[in-house]
Design a protein around this ligand. Structure first.
Ligand code: NDP
Length: 310
């Protein structure tokens, strides 16, 4: 296997990874970023991004990621297509396998592999993704002002998304597949107190209706055993996220959901020289701008760490 030696490897190419690459390369670190299995990250499956500061007219998610990449390359970061397939953090410097073909030996690592939204797995859901089907109310809720939408899920994310959407839209159906919510008590109280949130219990989505945009859904009541259609313009899937942390499990401390644990207010993990930034360590905010801020922190933390190694 081919071997290569560098200062810093950034894994992942969303706002966190690219921001880390901008800061690190600008600080003169020999930086290589691997784009990973979803180049550009979650923003590449969004259309308009209207809440990222600096784009007064909004920007398309994929275009924004191209801009981030160009900015990182301008300062010398090398952006490579490829996936880090396994890591060895048991000795220093760290070893990373890329596409099971080559080995990278690096003094530091920034993990920015993000989290992936979970989907129901319906063909119609996939077809209408970005055309009324979304996994992010803060990103897309604005497009459904004064319309009727539905949220699927029963946890804190579904509760938060429903409450957020209730302020923008005419009505929110919250579709819960059981007869109870998993969300925290305070969130449940807020849901019940909100007039335009209508909770449909024991309800599953069978189909998303519409050709080029969402026009409705077919739902199934698993208690009464009956099907019906409701008219909605937007469907928000909030059944959880899965952080992309599988290959780090052996080495890094994670919470029960697989999010990497960092020292509060930093990107420092339990292994010196390994940093985690963006959604891979943040299950609460999950925004492009917070991920970018975290990427900047990761580069500064890595730079500080590397200065002690010279
Ligand atoms: P959770 O795993 O807590 O909840 C997922 C929900 O989606 C459950 O109600 C589950 O139903 C439902 N679900 C799963 N699969 C399907 C499916 N195929 N069809 C229909 N429903 C489905 O995920 P969350 O993202 O809500 O939360 C993850 C973690 O993050 C939690 O610890 C949460 O507390 C935390 N969080 C904290 C926030 C905060 O502090 N502000 C905000 C958001 C999240 P069932 O119950 O039937 O399994």
């Amino acid at each position: 296997m081919k071997e290569e030696y560098i200062d810093l490897c950034i894994i992942g190419s969303g706002p966190a990874g690219y921001s880390a690459a901008i800061y690190a390369s600008r600080a003169g670190l020999k930086t290589i970023l691997y784009k990973g299995f979803q180049p550009g990250g979650q923003l590449t499956i969004t259309s308009d991004v209207e809440n990222y500061p600096g784009y007064p007219n909004g920007v398309q998610g994929p275009q924004m990621m191209i801009d981030f990449q160009k900015q990182a390359e301008r300062f010398g970061a090398e952006v490579r297509t490829g996936d880090v397939t396994s890591v060895d953090f048991s000795s220093y410097p760290f070893k990373l396998d890329v596409d099971n073909k080559s080995t990278l030996i690096t003094k530091s690592v920034i993990i920015s592999t993000g989290a992936s939204a979970k989907w129901l797995g319906l063909k119609s859901e996939e077809r209408l993704n970005g055309k009324g089907v979304s996994a992010c109310a803060v990103c897309d809720g604005f497009f459904f002002r004064n319309k009727i939408v539905a949220v699927v899920g029963g946890g804190d994310t579904a509760a938060e998304e429903s409450l957020y959407l209730s302020k923008l839209t005419k009505k929110v159906y919250l579709l819960v597949r059981k007869d109870f919510l998993r969300a925290s008590k305070i969130m449940q109280d807020r849901l019940i107190e909100t007039d335009n949130i209508n909770i449909l219990w024991n309800t599953e989505v069978l189909e998303v209706l519409g050709n080029n945009k969402v026009e409705g859904i077919t739902i199934f009541n698993n208690k009464k055993n009956n099907k019906s259609d409701i008219n909605i313009s937007g469907l928000f899937i909030a059944i959880g996220h899965k952080p992309n942390t599988e290959i780090f499990k052996k080495y890094l401390k994670m919470d029960n959901n697989g999010y990497i644990i960092t020292n509060p207010g930093t990107t420092i993990t339990n292994i010196k020289g390994v940093f985690a930034t963006g959604d891979v360590q943040d299950k609460v905010y999950r925004q492009a701008v917070t991920a970018a801020g975290s990427g900047c922190m990761g580069a500064l933390d890595a730079e500080r760490f590397l200065s002690t190694k010279k």
